[in-house]
Ligand binder design. Structure first.
Ligand code: A2P
Length: 396
């Protein structure tokens, strides 16, 4: 029998195919085919550089194996295999030391990152990867509206895509990939860019097989410029859907605390619309902290303001209003300290953070201050919430 080794794997059900790990790996040990992103056991040196950059935690999977899974085996997976039963008497010497070294590296890598997340226990089961690079769905553009004011320094758009008769079942919090047309410098097709879906599960228009995205035009952004310039009737190649953990609880009494900046609001528009359509104002409360430069640059400013407070309590904070102090979401969280402390102590509360990676540390500090003033340990509370599928971070 071979000596058991620890193999680094990626969970194909949770991976959102953003390819960030592949771009981060310093030794090109991560690769992909049309279906999956995978780790080459012959190359991986366990440097852990890929762990903190993964927005979903799907990168953080390990198996002790006697023969490592090959790339071809991993490309074919729809889900991860269970840990194999190692024969009694197998020589596991050295594994404990490796485990300890990896645990230390992982603890460090998870500092400030979203960490390995779990879906809420009451969430619906998400469909993932129905359309891949080899066989993308082809959607038709039904709408392209500018969400930010003409004076705003950012161009954020609401894009509506219709899938006609092709299957595209999605849940709030999932993403799709858009393949920009053309080829890269090496003559290869471009990789898809990921966008969070901003419409609820029953469609942008209820009962239609369509969905919406919230896309910000980035200077020199290949895909964002392509998407922001789409015209009604254009056809777009789409992969996905992706994401199986950043999902809404179906429990009607679940309380939802959402914190976002800019286009990170996309999933929260979907959450709010789903609650409105499915339950009206009954059920657990929803609270939103939303940061933008100005009201003019806050996507969905008008529609969000129209959602009654009994469904969605809104805290819109602005960083660049002339003559006013800069305010970030974490500053307003401190102002709302008591309300947040009450929510995090309630086992019905789910926390979602989405938007700029830079806000993650500030938001985490705010939670730590709030929890600790209320006599709770934030790291223990956050870990317990994460384990329970009630703490979710998606930052980029
Ligand atoms: P600012 O850029 O004025 O410092 P953007 O418009 O770039 O998408 O950003 C959305 C909002 O997030 C802006 O108000 C921006 O403020 C704010 N922001 C930038 N960095 C952070 C951070 N580290 N924590 C919280 N909010 C931030």
């Amino acid at each position: 029998m071979n000596k058991p080794v620890k193999q680094h794997l990626i969970d194909p059900e949770i991976c959102i195919r953003c390819y960030t790990c592949e771009m981060t790996c310093p030794i090109e040990a991560i690769t992909h085919d049309d279906n999956n992103v995978v780790v080459d056991a012959e190359k991986c040196e366990f440097c852990m550089d890929c762990i903190p950059v993964c927005p979903t935690g799907s990168i953080d999977e390990w198996r002790v194996v006697t023969t490592p899974y090959s790339l071809d085996e991993q490309f074919g997976w729809m889900e991860l295999p269970a840990q194999e039963d190692l024969e009694d008497g197998g020589d596991t010497g050295g594994m404990e030391a490796l485990d300890e070294a990896m645990a230390a590296l992982l603890a460090e890598a998870h500092e400030g990152a979203g960490g390995k997340s779990k879906a809420p226990t009451s969430a619906s089961k998400a469909s993932v990867n129905l359309h891949n690079l080899a066989k993308p769905a082809v959607a038709k553009v039904q709408g392209n509206f500018r969400l930010t004011g003409e004076e705003a320094d950012s161009d954020v758009r609401h894009i509506i895509l219709d899938f006609g008769g092709q299957p595209m079942p999605t849940l709030e919090g999932q993403s799709i990939g858009i393949i920009p047309p053309g080829r890269d410098a090496d003559g290869k097709p471009h990789l898809p860019r990921l966008y969070s879906i901003s419409s609820p599960r029953d469609g942008e228009r209820p009962g239609y097989n369509n969905l919406s995205l919230t896309v910000k035009r980035e200077e020199n952004g290949l895909c964002s410029n392509y998407v922001c310039d789409l015209q009604i009737g254009d056809e777009v190649q789409v992969t996905g859907p992706f994401g199986a953990t950043f999902l809404m609880p179906n429990d009607p009494d679940a309380r939802i605390l959402m914190i976002c900046t800019g286009t990170g609001s996309a999933p929260f528009r979907a959450f709010t619309m789903h609650r409105q359509r499915s339950r009206g104002s009954s059920g657990g409360d929803m609270v939103l902290f939303f940061g933008a430069r100005t009201p003019d640059s806050l996507p969905y400013f008008g529609p969000l303001n129209k959602v009654p407070d009994r469904i969605l309590k809104k805290h819109m904070v602005f960083s660049r209003i002339p003559g006013a102090d800069k305010e970030y979401v974490q500053d307003r969280m401190m102002v709302e300290e008591e309300a947040i402390a009450e929510m995090i102590a309630d086992p019905k509360t789910h926390i979602y953070i989405c938007g700029l990676r830079g806000m993650e540390v500030g938001v985490d500090h705010a939670f730590a201050n709030i929890a600790e003033s209320a006599g709770m340990s934030w790291s223990a509370t956050r870990d317990a919430m994460r384990e329970d599928g009630r703490y979710h971070v998606e930052t980029y």
